[in-house]
Design a protein around this ligand. Structure first.
Ligand code: HEC
Length: 159
């Protein structure tokens, strides 16, 4: 068997594994001085993710207000706005830059909002909704301790 052929198969395999790691698991991240990993995005991508973050906060505010007023239809509407359909518009080019841990937590957060909406609709139980909110907000706090966003330009400024 031709040695060169084997060598090229091995090289190709390593390249595929390397790319798989880069695109699926690691994303575009660099270590930073504050201990969080910085996900490096284009300015427009960062703006898009941050605007989704602010929508998370808007939704949480509305959910807690709904719970306090025992207005469960408002809770349903606010939670559903951040449910699984909210992540449909995210472009593949951005998803590739996000590390697996980030994507998993992000996806799980939308799923939990969806479940909160469903339960609020079917059970109408504000205590239950508050418990679910406390649970899902652990994703907010955990993810915020792990990651931050940077652009190439902002990284060059800080180094
Ligand atoms: C999968 C990870 C992840 C999850 C889950 C997450 N965030 Fe974030 N969030 C981030 C990152 C990263 C930043 C940017 C922090 C930085 O660059 O310093 C951020 C920034 C924000 C900001 C600031 C937005 C701005 O305009 O600067 C708000 C508000 C926010 N998140 C709210 C939330 C809330 C509320 C939740 C939970 C419902 C949540 N986030 C869940 C990762 C996450």
């Amino acid at each position: 068997m031709c040695k060169m052929c084997w060598a090229s198969v091995v090289v190709l395999l390593l390249a595929v594994l390397g790319m798989g790691y880069k695109f699926i698991l690691s994303g575009e991240v660099v270590a930073t001085a504050d201990g969080r990993e910085a996900i490096v995005l284009e300015p427009a991508e960062r703006d898009m993710v941050l605007s989704e973050m602010r929508e998370f906060l808007v939704s949480i505010q509305a959910i807690t207000e709904g719970i306090v007023n025992n207005d469960m239809p408002s809770v349903v509407t606010a939670a559903r706005a951040m449910g699984t359909s909210a992540q449909r518009g995210v472009p593949g080019s951005l998803i590739r830059k996000l590390p697996l841990g980030f994507k998993t937590m992000g996806f799980d957060t939308h799923t939990q909002f969806e479940q909160l909406a469903l339960d609020a609709e079917q059970l109408g139980d504000s205590e239950h909704a508050l418990g679910q909110l406390a649970e899902l907000m652990q994703n907010c706090t955990v993810c915020h301790t792990m990651y931050r966003f940077e652009t190439l330009a902002s990284l060059q400024e800080t180094q």
